[in-house]
Design a protein around this ligand. Structure first.
Ligand code: NCD
Length: 317
């Protein structure tokens, strides 16, 4: 098995075989999660702390469930109520928690790079649950597992990522992962929602949705991240839906068996038609949520193995 990381900070540092290792182990956890006895012991005796400085439903719930199913003691820090509100810095909070000997720290933060910085200050495994516009590695991994299961492979696929690319850590992590696994990535959206320097990403860029969706295998929609916008990026939500909202007419340009994805939370009627989102023949949005728990179990299991091995080595020298 190939996985040598001590943290999961992003997709960028991962090698293709490490991605496959996580996905293969996740398959075992998908199986466990569907059984009546959902308990494993990979994290028994370990303490997992979830620190979410931004709102989250799916990600926080699935990290919590993943830790509990594998036997960890899981604590959710209410960051709204913590001393951060009294002016304590992120690093002070991290050092305080570090003194309580956590083994796994799951962190979501509005600033790109904040989770990397924190990882340098603590001596446990840190998992990035989304930092600003930078990375959201477990989301890209759960998306990859969903694609691999639906399409039977994770290479030589044509994947369109559509909408608010500029503000999306989900898009960034997905682009990195899908390239490492040798897929073709297209980005579709208005120029105002494309990040600068997009030509360096090795992707094809389309302004027209129908043109961009032609013959793709996977259509990945993104939420309009209004909380990260500080100006008029789109004329109006109606106009945006007309041009970029995924409806049956636009989806007809993709392959007949193309799947539809969305990381959630969805703005129905803004970036996606509710009927498409609920169409069990096309949409894999609920599968993504299911895969999220399994992928987080696998990621924490692998990091815990390395953590234990490194600590044993430290004791020996
Ligand atoms: C994403 C996030 O927070 O980056 N959501 C998620 O983790 N499921 C995407 C989003 O908020 O639009």
């Amino acid at each position: 098995m190939s996985f040598s990381q001590t943290h999961l900070l992003g997709i960028e540092p991962l090698a293709a075989p490490e991605i496959s290792t996580i996905l293969d182990l996740s398959e075992r956890y998908v199986y466990l999660n569907r059984s009546n006895m959902k308990h494993g012991d990979a994290l028994a005796g370990l303490t997992q702390i979830n620190m979410f400085f931004e709102n989250s439903t799916r990600t926080q719930a699935s990290f919590e469930l993943a830790g509990k199913r594998l036997g960890a003691d899981v604590m959710n820090m209410g960051m709204q109520a913590s001393s951060i509100k009294k002016g304590e810095t992120l690093i002070d909070t991290a050092l305080t928690l570090n003194a309580m000997h956590p083994d796994l720290l799951v962190v979501r933060h509005p600033h790109s790079g904040a989770v990397d910085l924190l990882a340098q200050k603590v001596n446990c495994a840190v998992l990035n649950a989304g930092d600003g516009r930078h990375e959201h590695p477990t989301q890209a991994l759960l998306d990859a597992l969903t694609i691999r299961r639906a399409k039977g492979r994770l290479h030589r696929l044509s994947i369109a990522i559509c909408g608010d690319i500029a503000h999306s850590r989900v898009a960034r992590s997905n682009i990195l992962l899908l390239h490492k696994m040798e897929n073709r990535v297209r980005l579709i959206g208005p120029p105002t929602l494309m990040p600068s320097g997009i030509s360096d990403f090795g992707v094809e860029v389309f302004e027209d949705m129908k043109e961009g969706l032609r013959d793709v295998d996977v259509v990945m929609m993104l939420r309009l991240q209004k909380e990260r916008m500080d100006g008029g990026f789109i004329p109006s939500e109606r106009e945006y839906y007309f041009r970029y909202g995924l409806d049956a007419e636009k989806l007809a340009y993709a392959k007949d068996d193309a799947i539809v994805m969305h990381p959630g939370p969805m703005n129905r009627g803004v970036e996606i038609d509710g009927e498409i989102a609920d169409d069990i023949n096309r949409s894999v949005i609920q599968d993504q949520v299911e895969m999220g728990v399994a992928v987080r179990m696998a990621a924490m299991d692998l990091l815990a193995r390395n953590l234990r091995a490194n600590r044993t080595r430290e004791v020996m020298v």
